[in-house]
Design a protein around this ligand. Structure first.
Ligand SMILES: [Zn+2]
Length: 243
């Protein structure tokens, strides 16, 4: 039980860090300086205003100084990150593996939000995520599968780009493919990318605006997360399908 609380606390704190990272990294601002401040009145926050989730609830979503409303994004991301940590806690056998995977998923959450908003993904977040994925399971096997998926995706990107005669997918998508291969292995990794592509297609049909370039990372990440959570069920399904 104490371990679960540890996960919850780390999840909330990491979510709080990601809030800052999502706002500052795409603008090339430092993550540590200046200290957190209200975006409206620029007043520096006191340490107790930085307690994840609780301070937002205590302040009822308003700045302590100028009382302007604080975006829902902050408590939502903190809560979501915490949930990713809780799910990882229950899905993993060892504490360290759970923390590695949870941190990896939390980074993918931040990358997805940045991709949705800016259509560009900072290496500062994607490369640590790739590195973490190589530490899952047996590191050597994870590295091998990760590199295999990155190579396959790079090749796929070249082919699609030459057929469409324009740049298809981003370089960051190749990194995400590497993470998928490392974390899931070949069979489940293919299932995750297939699922991600279907989800992206649904998203594409739903927004369907001319000239709108659908970001791929949120869908790939979602495909990865769903496949990771339901790995046994998906493996069973694959067995039935290919019997
Ligand atoms: Zn303020």
């Amino acid at each position: 039980m104490a371990e679960l609380f540890l996960y919850i606390a780390i999840g909330l704190c990491f979510g709080s860090f990601l809030n800052v990272a999502i706002l500052r990294i795409p603008k090339n601002e430092s993550v540590s300086l200046p200290s957190s401040h209200c975006p409206i009145c620029k007043h520096s926050l006191k340490w107790y205003h930085n307690i994840p989730l609780l301070s937002w609830i205590a302040l009822r979503g308003k700045c302590a100084f100028c009382h302007s409303p604080i975006s829902y994004q902050y408590p939502l991301i903190e809560m979501f990150t915490m949930l990713l940590f809780v799910v990882s806690f229950y899905r993993q056998e060892s504490l360290t593996q759970g923390l590695i995977v949870a941190t990896l998923f939390a980074l993918l959450l931040a990358l997805s939000l940045i991709d949705l908003r800016y259509k560009a993904v900072p290496d500062l977040l994607s490369l640590p995520a790739l590195f973490l994925s190589f530490l899952t399971h047996e590191p050597l096997l994870a590295l091998q599968n990760g590199l295999l998926f990155m190579g396959a995706f790079a090749l796929l990107r070249m082919v699609i780009s030459s057929v469409l005669k324009k740049e298809a997918m981003g370089e960051a998508d190749i990194i995400i493919a590497g993470i998928i291969g490392a974390l899931l292995g070949i069979k489940l990794g293919c299932a995750a990318i297939y699922l991600g592509a279907i989800l992206a297609l649904v998203g594409f049909i739903m927004v369907r605006k001319k000239g709108y370039e659908l970001p791929f990372i949120p869908f790939l990440s979602l495909g990865l997360f769903v496949t990771w959570v339901f790995d046994t069920q998906i493996l069973k399904l694959l067995e039935i399908m290919y019997e």
